[in-house]
Design a protein around this ligand. Sequence first.
Ligand SMILES: CSC[C@@H](O)[C@@H](O)C(=O)COP(=O)(O)O
Length: 354
Amino acid sequence: MIPTLEWLPTGVNFLDQTKLPLEETYVLATSYQEVATVIRDMIVRGAPAIGVSAAMGVAIGIDRSKTTTLDALTAEVDVICDTLAATRPTAVNLFWGIGRIRDLYNRLVEGGADIATIKKAVVEEACQMYDEDIAACKQMGAHGAALMPKTGTVLTHCNAGALATCGYGSALGVIRAAIERGHTIDVLADETRPFLQGARLTAWELMKDNIQTTVLCDNMAGHLMSKGRIQAVIVGADRIAANGDTANKIGTYSVSILAKEHGIPFYVAAPWSTIDLATLTGDGIPIEQRAATEVTHSNGKQMTPDGVGIENPAFDVTPAKYVTAIITERGILRAPYEESIRAMTAQEQPILRS
Ligand SMILES: CSC[C@@H](O)[C@@H](O)C(=O)COP(=O)(O)O
């Protein structure tokens, strides 16, 4: 399995996704500040991977703290959490990952645990979240495989694969699971301007698994749909509001409308940690704005005239009405999403182990 990130005795080791597909190199983060930089610079990216990375960031910050009193440690934990929370705004998994370690820390302090016990427990929790993320991807695959065409072409946007998770992938995990169950699927990967997660990352990881993959420019999907070349669309998600509106990589919204127009099912695959019950509709989802240079430059070369205006929102929101189903590790959600999400939230869930 592709090692997206890994807890090591020396730190948290990240496959540098900014260097793919040409170089497979790693960045070892030895402090919470370095983990924050890795997330902000998109060395690691993809909502589920960001969530676990942030949890590991909090854990490494606590584990490496030199403070000797609980009061001082608690003050430091505030700074650690705030630093990591300021890295990227859209993927709710970031805040979920930080919150889970923070909650554990608070419970341990209230329970009278000493610093050594706390350090051990937060590291174990972060590593458990890593295992749970892989298990959740496998479960999404098990639930979603039957929705994929028995034979046909599936379009995906951005990278919701092993690289966007701790392994196996959310949207690409469903495709992998379908192929493992005997489906004959080839993948169309939108290049996903401007950061090229589709062209660089989805193509790289699917080729590694010998899954037939074709990269297309973002403006080509409509043409191919009109020619009957696409049987399903599946994407990941960075945040799903309580009504099913889904934030995902910029361009997803356009693909969803094209799919609707052509009668092609449009699926979202995401772990439960991507569902944000506190955000009622897509209007409440913060959209990350990234640097203009991602648009103005390609491989260091300037592509636009000096002084031209630039837009670079990193995400858009697909209204729930365009989403055929949301595949989670708990099961498949269908419209009306307020009700199906509420019903599945109430269900008791087993702890997943990879
Ligand atoms: C599985 S993570 C969400 C993905 O579906 C992906 O499309 C995405 O938007 C990731 O954004 P990124 O900016 O690369 O972190």
